[in-house]
Design a protein around this ligand. Structure first.
Ligand code: SP5
Ligand code: ZN
Length: 336
């Protein structure tokens, strides 16, 4: 299988995030990337598709903000990572902001997504990796893997959140549609609900979104991913949420996976974009499912049986010492 990455993805290195009222080390650390790359024995360098495919998903003002935010933070005399502190939950609307703090709040859904000096370049190249993997599949590869970091599935058209800035899966899915690659389904198997991806395609009948994740009643992102969210307007029925309780093991997980793949088949997907997170692992420090390393091979095999050309993009997974092995085991399973 062809794998894609870019060295600038390592330069995204926020120091800390706000968690349970305290500053803790940033869980989505560069070491994750190094571990995956090492376990996979390297990857090709992504090719540059420019800003066009990013702007097909994301608001131009938001993208400009991402590009300039850290520079504005430094210009304002601040140190460390740029992070917001006021969030417009009531009647958010486009306004011209002068202060970086206003912008950080306006374009963000949480305080676990800081912008450091290398963030924009890393997010840009993370998205280019997804587009490069799509190129490979368009050229006839059965599947390809983008070592996306930062991840993407919590980012919406005009907001960041959950360690995500640009929605790599959505960018690949939209580009696949634009290239006439048929009906695209996104399957999200990260531990957390892919609220950004869901939001981007919520009213769209063109992309089916299925997500298996920890019940938002107990877990981030709390406000989305409930079973009654099924899409809206023309997109009604093209969103499927399968929340599972904390402690879920492979036996229960496999049933949800079969249900998701069954729905994707019934919808008539021609290709799949897979948001793969390894934070369903039992040893994950911020998550509470119970999958073992071998279960990732089973998960890969099951997804392969759907028989769809597949662009795999990396999302979360924070058990750094096991992350490389878990990702390599999954890629091994899906290649069988
Ligand atoms: C892509 C992805 O998996 N995002 C997950 C975002 C979860 N953020 C909120 C959870 C906060 C937990 N912070 C614990 C940090 C320990 N260093
Ligand atoms: Zn996650």
């Amino acid at each position: 299988m062809r794998l894609f990455h870019h060295p600038l993805q390592s330069e995204h290195a926020p120091e800390r995030e706000l968690h349970n009222g305290d500053w803790v080390p940033f869980a989505e650390c560069p070491e994750r990337f190094a571990q995956i790359l090492a376990a996979c024995g390297g990857a090709e360098v992504a090719s540059d598709h420019g800003a066009g495919p990013i702007l097909s998903v994301h608001d131009a003002g938001y993208v400009r903000f991402l590009e300039q935010a850290h520079g504005e933070w430094v210009a304002a005399g601040r140190k460390g990572d740029a992070i917001g502190y006021t969030f417009p939950v009531v009647r958010r609307r486009p306004l011209e902001f002068d202060r970086i703090d206003a912008k950080l709040g306006a374009w963000s859904m949480d305080a676990s997504t800081p912008i450091a000096s290398g963030t924009w370049n890393a997010a840009y190249w993370s998205a280019q990796g997804a587009l490069s993997a799509l190129d490979a599949v368009a050229a006839g590869e059965r599947r390809a893997f983008a070592l996306c970091r930062p991840p993407g599935h919590h980012a919406g058209a005009d907001y960041m959140g959950g360690y995500c800035y640009l929605n790599n899966a959505a960018i690949a899915a939209r580009a696949a549609g634009d290239r006439g690659m048929g009906r695209v389904a996104i399957l999200d198997v990260d531990y957390h609900h892919g609220n950004g991806t869901q939001d981007i395609f919520y009213a769209s009948p063109d992309v089916f979104f299925a997500s298996i994740h920890a019940d938002p009643v107990t877990d981030y992102p709390f406000y989305w991913g409930h079973a009654d969210e099924r899409g809206e307007g023309e997109g009604e029925g093209s969103t499927l949420n399968l929340p599972l309780p904390r402690g879920t093991d492979w036996t229960a997980y496999a049933q949800a996976l079969d249900a998701a793949l069954g729905a994707i088949g019934e919808w008539g997907a021609d290709m799949l974009v897979l948001s793969f997170g390894a934070d369903t692992f039992a040893g994950d420090p911020i998550s509470s499912f119970a999958l073992q390393t071998d279960d990732f091979a089973r998960m890969g095999e099951r997804i392969a049986q759907a028989g769809l050309p597949t662009v795999i993009v990396m999302e979360g997974g924070y058990a750094v010492d096991d992350l490389g092995t878990n990702v390599a085991t999954f890629l091994d399973g899906i290649s069988r």
